[in-house]
Unconditional design. Structure first.
Length: 374
């Protein structure tokens, strides 16, 4: 059998999931990245900071709906093999200020139904009176990234094992492809780094700065309390996303488009995030603490306050086969782009990886670009 080799540039959730998809298709994959799954404090690396859940905001965009639905199905299969402190399904409650919003909450058929309740009596419903309830999943993002990396490299699993290597920087895709002399295809999953990669010709990528708070809440290990919450209203967005059932919870957050000027947390924002989170989930507090007390927010067990930068792109994610192959000595290397997903990386990851796999196979068959369909 002729060996097949691929390069994936970028080790975020899209890069690693795409690499694993290619391994399943028989490729020996080399992942090259500046930031690796073990780099959990790099502010330019969005994936470890995420409150990784599945709550689609594809709206009416069919391609995004397709990717998200594919990913939900993939996670229902992964639930059978992953521990509950890494991946857990649980109830979701989303407070919203629009009644019967079937464009936003389009995914009832994906997750076995959505129920809407009006004015449930909570403080959150005073700003956003309509609560949408459904069943979905959350991940411990750092553990999941490391699991993806292990799956790629584990020699005991089917398919050729891959490798992950650090590179300081890449300014051309051609130089990255040259590092793997037998590769026939390269996947560009560089996120915001696509702006610096000459062959990407990318002018629409932009950052979304976010501040979150990681807290320790032991009750969320238990099925009774494991619950994901969000609130979207004219006053902004708040969310409580358990890192599966690990006892750690991500609270958020901010959404500062095209703003990376300050990479230090704002204490006033931290206070607001925690207070809003308590309104959504009083179980964040230790037993005996009154959630209505003015100082209740100071009783939450804060682990870290984080600033991360989400890699977004005008027009949405770029998932396509570049019409221009790389020309190296004696070979042409196809380029598949997979970046610009913004805050939806985990919930679209397996859908995008499936498209990447189809585009890679299209390149191998014909050497030309077409649109992938799941």
């Amino acid at each position: 059998m002729t060996s097949k080799e691929a390069v994936v540039l970028g080790a975020g959730v899209l890069g690693l999931t795409s690499a694993l998809e290619l391994r399943k298709k028989g490729y020996t994959v080399t992942v090259l990245a500046r930031d690796l799954p073990s780099d959990l404090t790099s502010q330019s690396f969005a994936s470890p900071w995420a409150g990784a859940n599945w709550c689609s905001f594809a709206g009416t965009k069919e391609a995004e709906r397709r990717r998200d639905a594919h990913t939900y199905k993939a996670f229902t299969e992964l639930e059978k093999q992953l521990p509950k402190d890494l991946l857990a399904f649980m109830p979701f409650s989303c407070y919203h200020d629009i009644e019967n919003d079937t464009d936003c909450f389009w995914f009832g058929d994906v997750c076995a139904g959505i129920q809407m309740t009006k004015h449930d009596g909570t403080r959150a419903s005073q700003e956003a009176p309509y609560r949408y309830d459904f069943r979905s999943l959350t991940l411990d993002a750092p553990k999941y990234l490391q699991w993806l990396a292990t799956q790629l490299q584990d020699a005991s699993l089917p398919g050729p094992p891959g490798t992950i290597a650090r590179i300081s920087s890449v300014y051309t895709l051609q130089s990255a492809a040259a590092l793997v002399p037998k590769a026939s295809v390269l996947v560009n999953a560089t996120g915001l780094g696509s702006q610096d990669v000459r062959e990407a010709h990318e002018s629409g990528a932009y950052p979304i700065r976010g501040q979150t708070v990681l807290v320790r809440a032991p009750k969320f290990r238990e099925a009774e309390f494991a619950h994901c919450y969000s609130k979207i209203s004219s006053q902004g967005a708040s969310y409580v996303i358990p890192r599966a059932r690990s006892g750690l919870v991500i609270l958020g957050g901010t959404f500062d488009v095209r703003n990376t000027s300050v990479l230090q947390p704002d204490p006033a924002v931290t206070e607001r995030i925690i207070k809003n989170a308590i309104d959504l989930a009083p179980a964040l507090l230790p037993d005996g603490v009154d959630p209505k007390a003015s100082d209740a927010w100071t009783k939450v067990d804060v682990v870290t306050v984080n600033i991360g930068v989400r890699p977004a792109r005008e027009g949405g994610a770029r998932v396509e086969l570049d019409p221009h192959a790389l020309q190296l000595a004696g070979r042409r290397v196809g380029v598949v782009h997979a970046y610009g997903i913004g805050p939806a990386g985990y919930q679209a990851s397996h859908g995008i990886a499936a498209e990447v796999g189809e585009l890679v196979e299209q390149w191998e068959r014909t050497g030309t670009a077409t649109t992938a369909k799941l």
